[in-house]
Unconditional design. Sequence first.
Length: 381
Amino acid sequence: MVRSPALLAALSCVLLMSATAEAKTIRVHKGQSIQAAVDRAKPGDRILVSPGVYREQGKPCPAASAQTCAVAIQKDGIKLIGVRSKRHPVVIKARRGQDAGIEVGKPRTGDCLADASQRIHGSLIAGITVRGFHDFGVFLLCVDHWRITRVRAIDNREYGTFPSHTVNGRLDHSFASGANDTGHYIGQSTRARVDHNVAKDNVSGFELENSSHIRADHNLATGNTGGILSFALPNLDVKSNSDNRIDHNRVIKNNRKNTCVEPEDAVCSVPPGAGILLVATDRNRVDANRVSGNRTFGIAVANYCVALMASDAECAAIDIEPNPDGTRTLDNNVKGNGKNPDPGVPPVFAVDLAWDTTGTDNCWANNKAGTTFPTPLPACP
């Protein structure tokens, strides 16, 4: 029997409408358990959480059963929504020994980026404050078609929001502070937008790590050690950082002391006063940002081995290509940076626009900058 594309499309619509019709709304009131509602929910259900402070008993995290999550979600299409107001937030607060506030995912048994059957399909986390967890505020692992919106991640020890190994998502209109690694992180992921967020008082405000086709736009990074980082790092599942865009952000006065807690992590090498830093990236575009008041540099492009001062032997052993290639730095307003640089950074790098001269096909055009290294920078054709 031959089925026409129109018939198949119609059948898909019917199935989608049926699934939507069967979805239920579960309400959680102050004093009740969010996790109990998650356990009761079926795929596609919506959970509405009333204002209040919730201190969940916790359960093993999906990604690492030895860790404890306040709320763990392992079902497709769950929508966890805080019904908050300005004066009456929805807060998930850590109990002693809890590692993550909200975690969405399932135990990894394969390559979830290549095999969609290994992923959670559909996730929404909205309108919730997560506070005081040892590792993560909100952690997504192996999830597609996801969204984190209107979330506040405060004083979580390492990360605020942390989507990893994800496909097709959005992180927006959220706030992160007090993270000793990264406020808003996206790693080993593809096809996502990170927009209209604020990161303040973290080590790294925003980080795009070993990811591709990510757009980070219309964000504010201020009061962090480094504002926005785009890196390729070694020894990870994904071996490159490519085709990302960082645009229309404000990166202002990121001069906080570096308080990283895992000395071997690359973020520990980020100097106070870093505006936007690209390391070992391919075809990243940095445009229309306003970058000012960062005391070490404004926008810098660098080789991984140079940035981390790796020895020749260490550099030869890494499993990534360390050069930045194909970077386009365009139409940025970059002024008043590099005025009081960190002593660990070469003085020539204490400028508005910096490049360590490594890599190929990197260029700059139409930027408003007071100082550059080298002078002139290669112009875009």
